[in-house]
Design a protein around this ligand. Structure first.
Ligand code: ADP
Length: 396
């Protein structure tokens, strides 16, 4: 039996999940973990499928440890602990596939070069995703690596949904709405088709509400519109990102307040959203536990903006048959779901408060015009499925 590894390399963390493949290349999760605090004092935690910690390691003087060195450590660990199973391929989450890539691709030098040209489109994520690919190419030359793009699921949206109202030449240079969280949406689309095929064939809004948050409008399981745009900064209120903002604010901060572009970037990506409004935390659980008015206002703004954008997507879809909540907040935070659903009553949504409080999969009342679902997302499995499928194609 062989194994594939799903890898999500960010600026200060690397998350990974190991899947064994059976003879038909069907992946089964066998464990996973993360390395956090890279660049400070890295901490590695590896868990088995039932969540038990099977390895924990800290590097106290690890400031200088690079992603490549930490990955090398991880590879050595996997060689010893994978019970003789061979890693057949690594699947990577790559945030930006640019205007061209609609499906996952096997990485080679030419593809890597092309993907590097999208670094400027996602400066906080793309370079780290690609650095992990380069590091593994050096550690294990010849090991197949697959790039799975967060933009790919949105690639075939109607053209109108990809345009900003700016001069055409800029659109042609790639300044357009791409959309992200595509691996999560693809997984939910697939899972909904298994759980509720009738609904999956209709008009559905999926709410991926985590530290990063966005919505996707799906018709027959395909993305037709989404709230994130050129970058993962657009759309909803997020943990530390502002979401949609009048571009005039950005101009004002630079020309009148005298902030540099770098300072504005940090403000909008790292100091805004729930954190900026609450002045307390970017974490929804911490805000819920607080009775400070600023914390409560941050939660209310998060829910109000989510419902407002759902109204916009309902217009895109010409009506809504279902809403699916997913990711950390969407899957776990009953109060946030309830606040959003109450704002959708004008569309005919009727929440079952009991099912919602209990965290059941279906949280709408039988007479609700909109079916309300809670479905856990699994981006790692989606990456493993794509990687296994490309391996199988290669073996044919
Ligand atoms: P990321 O975008 O980093 O993957 P997650 O999907 O893990 O984010 O979501 C993180 C958010 O989910 C945080 O705001 C956190 O408070 C919230 N969250 C996670 N677990 C729970 C829980 N059990 N109850 C309420 N909120 C939760």
């Amino acid at each position: 039996m062989s194994a594939v590894v799903s890898l999500n390399a960010g600026s200060s963390s690397i998350k990974f999940a190991v899947f064994t493949l059976d003879r038909d290349h069907v992946p089964t999760l066998s464990g996973g973990g993360k390395i956090e605090r890279i660049g400070m004092a890295p901490i590695l935690t590896i868990r088995s499928v039932d969540g038990t910690v099977i390895e924990q390691k800290t590097w106290k003087d690890g400031q200088a440890l690079t992603h490549a060195e930490l990955l090398s450590w991880l590879f050595d660990w996997a060689r010893i602990h994978l019970d003789g199973r061979e890693i057949a391929a690594i699947g990577h989450r790559v945030v930006h596939g640019g205007p061209d890539f609609a499906v996952p691709r096997l990485v080679d030098e030419a593809l890597l070069g092309k993907l590097e040209s999208f670094n400027a489109l996602a400066p906080l994520h793309q370079p780290h995703n690609l650095a992990a690919i380069s590091a593994i190419a050096k550690l294990a030359p010849g090991l197949p690596q697959v790039a799975c793009f967060d933009t790919a699921f949105h690639h075939d949206r109607p053209r109108i949904a990809t345009r900003f109202a700016i001069p055409r030449a800029l659109h042609d240079q790639g300044i357009r709405r791409y959309g992200f969280h595509g691996l999560s949406y693809e997984y939910i689309s697939k899972r909904l088709a298994e759980l509720d095929p009738g609904l999956a064939a209709g008009r559905v809004i999926v709410a991926h509400l985590g530290n990063g948050a966005s919505l996707c409008a799906m018709a027959s399981g395909r993305s037709v519109d989404t709230t994130m745009g050129f970058t993962a900064l657009d759309g909803l209120v997020m943990g530390t990102r502002c979401g949609a903002i009048d571009p005039g604010v950005v101009l004002h901060l630079q020309t009148q307040v005298g902030m540099t572009a770098h300072q504005v970037e940090s403000l909008l990506y790292k100091q805004s959203g729930l954190l900026g409004v609450s002045e307390l935390s970017s974490d929804m659980r911490a805000l819920s536990a607080s009775d400070r008015p600023e914390a409560q206002e941050a939660i209310e703004l998060f829910c109000w903006r989510a419902a407002r954008e759902m109204g916009a997507l309902a217009a895109t879809l010409g009506g809504v048959d279902g809403v699916v909540f997913t990711a950390g907040i969407g899957e776990n935070h009953a109060d946030v779901r309830a606040r959003i659903c109450r704002r959708l009553e004008w569309l005919g949504a009727r929440l079952c408060e009991t099912a919602n409080a209990r965290g059941e999969p279906v949280i709408s009342l039988p007479d609700s015009k909109i079916k309300l679902w809670v479905i856990p997302t699994d981006e790692e499995r989606m990456i493993a499925l794509h990687t296994a499928s490309l391996l199988q194609d290669g073996a044919r």
